[in-house]
Write a new protein. Structure first.
Length: 277
C-alpha cells in the first residue's frame, strides 16, 4: 500500500508538472498571438424576438492557434486576465470591432456593438478616455456601443468599480450585465450600478419549457428587469419554443444559435445581406 501510495504521489506530481508546462507554453504563445495576427473577432447578431429584426452584434474573440487550431475564449481569457495580457488584447478587440462597425455603418446598416470587458482591464488602463478615443477615431456614436461586464464584477462591489463604470456612462456608452442570474445579485443591489441592460444567462434559457421552475425563474428575471426599466437580452436561444416562450413572457431581445452562431466579419456581412426576418 505504501508503495502504491508513493507511486500515486509520483503520478500526481508528473501530471501537475505536465499541466504547469502546458500552461507556460500556452502563456508564451498567447504573448505572441496579437503581433502574429492569430486573434480574430467573430460577431453574433442580437435579434428583436418578435419581429426578428437585427438590432446589434456582440463581438466574441477567437484565437487561431498554429498547432492547436481554434481555441475558444473560455480556454484563454482567464490566462489573459491572470497575466495581464487582457489589457492589450481587450483594447485590440474594442478597436477592431469599432472599425468593423464603422464599415457596416458605411454600408447603411444601423447596428449597435456589444464588447465584453474584464474587470482586470480597470487596472490595465481601460479608462473612459481610451474608449472615447477609439470611438472618435472610428466615428462611432457612443450610444452605439455597449460594454458587457459579468455579474461577478458587481459582487466585488467597490467604489472603484462604480467609479470606473460611471466614467463610461459619462462618455455616453451603455453598460450591460452579462450572465445575469448566476451571481445572485438582488434588486436593490443592482440599482447602485449604472447599467442599462441585463443579459439572461443561457443556463436559464436552457431550462425553459423543461419544468415549471425553469419558466418561473425566467419570468422573475423578466419582471425584475421591467421594474428597473432595464433592457433585457436572453442568451443561448436555440429553439423556436424558447423564442416564443421568451417573447410571450416579455423578453424583447435575443441571441443564440436559432438566429446565428458567432461568425467572422465577412460571413456575418453576407448573412446580414441575405437575412429576412
Ligand atoms: P459570453 O459573453 O456569455 O458569450 C456568449 C457565449 O455563448 C459565446 O461563447 C457564444 O458563442 C455562446 N453562444 C451564443 N449563442 C449560443 C447558443 O445558442 N447556444 C450555446 N450553447 N452557446 C451560445 P464564446 O464565444 O465561446 O465566448 C465565451 C465567453 O468568453 C464569453 O461569454 C465571454 O465571457 C468571453 N469572451 C469572449 N470574447 C471576449 C472578449 O473579447 N473579452 C473578454 N473579456 N471576454 C470575452
Ligand atoms: Ca457577453
Ligand atoms: Ca453571457
Ligand atoms: Ca458566459
Amino acid at each position: 500500500a505504501k508503495q502504491s501510495g508513493r507511486n500515486q504521489t509520483h503520478f500526481f506530481t508528473a501530471a501537475m508538472q505536465e499541466h504547469a508546462n502546458q500552461r507556460m507554453t500556452l502563456e508564451q504563445d498567447l504573448r505572441h498571438a496579437l503581433d502574429r495576427e492569430q486573434l480574430e473577432v467573430f460577431y453574433q447578431p442580437v435579434v428583436h424576438g418578435r419581429s426578428g429584426r437585427i438590432t446589434g452584434v456582440e463581438a466574441l474573440l477567437r484565437w487561431h492557434h498554429p498547432e492547436r487550431g481554434m481555441i475558444p475564449p473560455d480556454a484563454f481569457i482567464p490566462l489573459a486576465e491572470e497575466t495581464g495580457l487582457i489589457g492589450a488584447i481587450g483594447e485590440w478587440v474594442l478597436e477592431t470591432a469599432c472599425a468593423q462597425l464603422r464599415h457596416w455603418s458605411d454600408k447603411g446598416m444601423n447596428l449597435y456593438l456589444s464588447v465584453n470587458i474584464s474587470e482586470r482591464q480597470r487596472e490595465l488602463g481601460l479608462e473612459a478616455q481610451v474608449v472615447r478615443d477609439i470611438l472618435e477615431r472610428n466615428r462611432i456614436n457612443p450610444s452605439q456601443l455597449v460594454l458587457e461586464i459579468t455579474e461577478g464584477l458587481l459582487l466585488q462591489d467597490s467604489e472603484e468599480t462604480i467609479g470606473w463604470l460611471n466614467g463610461f456612462k459619462q462618455v455616453g456608452v451603455n453598460l450591460a450585465i452579462d450572465d445575469f442570474g448566476t451571481g445572485y445579485s438582488s434588486l436593490s443591489y443592482l440599482r447602485r450600478f449604472p447599467v442599462d441592460t441585463l443579459k439572461i444567462d443561457r443556463e436559464f434559457v436552457r431550462d425553459l419549457n423543461t419544468d415549471r421552475y425553469g419558466d418561473s425563474l425566467v419570468s422573475a428575471i423578466i419582471s425584475m428587469a421591467a421594474s428597473l426599466e432595464l433592457r433585457l437580452i436572453a442568451e443561448g436561444v436555440e429553439t423556436e419554443a424558447q423564442r416564443s416562450t421568451l417573447a410571450q413572457q416579455g423578453c424583447q431581445f435575443m441571441q443564440g444559435y436559432l438566429f446565428s452562431r458567432p461568425l467572422p466579419a465577412e460571413e456575418l456581412s453576407a448573412w446580414l445581406e441575405s437575412y429576412q426576418p
